[in-house]
Design a protein around this ligand. Structure first.
Ligand code: C5P
Length: 405
């Protein structure tokens, strides 16, 4: 919007979306690098400590900006105490409690992402996590009253498909059939033969069950879990030596996609509903308060407390882990700026495009080769971006001269 806030002459809306695109591409590369690197020592770092530190770093950055903003709005020589008092008042008065909902939801989402990525390979995760595009749109309609026409809904489905296709494992043959085969392999038993065996197995177990009673239910559960563990998952298990549980990973990524839509849209609702203009920095500080508490008490103390007491808070940390945490914190702030100056749906377009950008970088850095699924997926993502961004057609023709009365 002309006349709105801008940075270096670029409107904040575009600036935040473009920055998020590149930031998220870098984050994907760092995450990939941290995964292919051997972990230091024999322990993986505690996810709960990473989530907690992420929140601390975000809070520090937002406080810095809030101090800067507040000091600018006051007289040049205002003492620091006055500045902090002003920030304190804006954070702890009014409707700050509303941020409890997205704060707790984001903490949950961030934790679930670690659970998902520890139990699922990156490809499964990336594809399934794209469902957040649809959940975000659904919550935008339900909570913000956004009207999305048929074309925009369609473009969101195309976007979800496009990002999923880009994330498909690359095959040597530039052959889509291969990719589709790979894809179905990831989700379904390897062949119809195996499907038959699987069904046979299940009915065997069921027969056993009725014979022996319910105490073999545990056995059935673990047998089914083992069955559904993907080939990729087993391979990764062997590679890293960490146990993966496919059903846990699957549940975590699906709930995470749902929570992503809800938390983002709720944050947007608080930002845009309030009559008094509370800055996005203040909103982030308010939210930090509600994210930090569960991140510390539930994550660090209750969940990992015993293990952390044994091995130490920073067990398994190295420079790459730190880099990933800092990048995630910066990403969170950029996300909040995109939600503030644009909206959640536009933010999802930015992160979708970043998957393509990171792939292009990976070709140079990790020697990835272009395959048909990448080209096809990229085409779908670009098509959907175009479909979404052309303005909605008005009913009837607009008057040739702008409103005179
Ligand atoms: O995938 P999604 O867009 O939901 O991820 C958003 C990320 O941005 C989460 O990690 C969340 O913690 C972070 N975020 C934040 N502060 C906000 C909004 C989002 O840290 N105000």
């Amino acid at each position: 919007a002309a006349g709105g806030p801008s940075i270096f002459g670029v409107p904040m809306k575009q600036a935040s979306l473009i920055t998020l695109t590149f930031q998220n591409s870098a984050l994907i590369l760092i995450m990939h690098y941290s995964r292919i690197m051997a972990p230091p020592g024999d322990h993986r770092y505690f996810a709960s400590t990473a989530v907690f530190l992420n929140e601390i770093i975000k809070l520090a950055i937002c406080l810095t900006f809030a101090v800067y903003e507040t000091s600018r709005s006051l007289a040049p020589q205002t003492p620091a105490t006055v500045i902090f008092e002003q920030i304190y008042r804006s954070v702890f008065s009014g409707d700050g409690w509303k941020l409890a909902i997205p704060g707790i939801l984001y903490a949950l989402e961030n934790t679930l992402q670690y659970v998902a990525l520890s139990n699922l390979d990156a490809v499964h995760f990336q594809i399934l996590y794209q469902l957040k595009i649809i959940t975000t749109a659904l919550f935008s309609v339900a909570l913000l009253g956004r009207g999305l026409g048929v074309r925009r809904w369609l473009s969101l489905v195309v976007l979800t498909l496009g990002v999923s296709v880009v994330s498909l494992p690359s095959s040597n043959a530039n052959d889509l059939a291969m990719d589709i085969h790979d894809f179905s392999d990831h989700f379904f038993p390897r062949s119809m033969h195996e499907l038959g065996q699987f069904a046979g197995g299940v009915s065997d177990v069921a027969r056993e069950l009725t014979k022996r009673g319910l105490d073999s239910l545990d056995g059935l559960g673990s047998q089914l879990t083992r069955r559904s563990a993907s080939y990729e998952g087993i391979k990764e298990d062997l590679d890293t030596g960490f146990e993966m549980n496919y059903s846990v990973g699957l549940t975590a990524v699906l709930v995470s996609a749902l929570v992503s839509g809800l938390s983002g849209v709720y944050f947007e609702k608080v930002l845009k509903d309030s009559a008094s203009s509370v800055s996005v920095w203040t909103r982030n500080i308010q939210m930090s308060f509600y994210s930090l508490l569960p991140a510390f008490f539930i994550g660090v103390i209750v969940n990992d407390g015993d293990e952390i007491a044994k091995h130490g808070f920073f067990d398994g940390y190295n420079s790459i882990v730190w880099l990933a945490i800092v990048f995630q914190a910066v990403g969170g702030i950029l996300t909040s700026l995109c939600i503030n100056y644009a909206d959640n749906i536009a933010k999802n377009f930015a992160t979708s495009i970043s998957i393509i950008v990171s792939f292009v970088f990976s070709m140079f850095v990790f020697g990835f080769s272009v395959n048909l699924s990448f080209v096809l997926g990229t085409a779908l993502v670009l098509l959907s971006t175009y479909m979404y961004s052309i303005p909605e057609r008005k009913r009837g023709r607009p008057p040739p001269i702008s409103i005179a009365s």
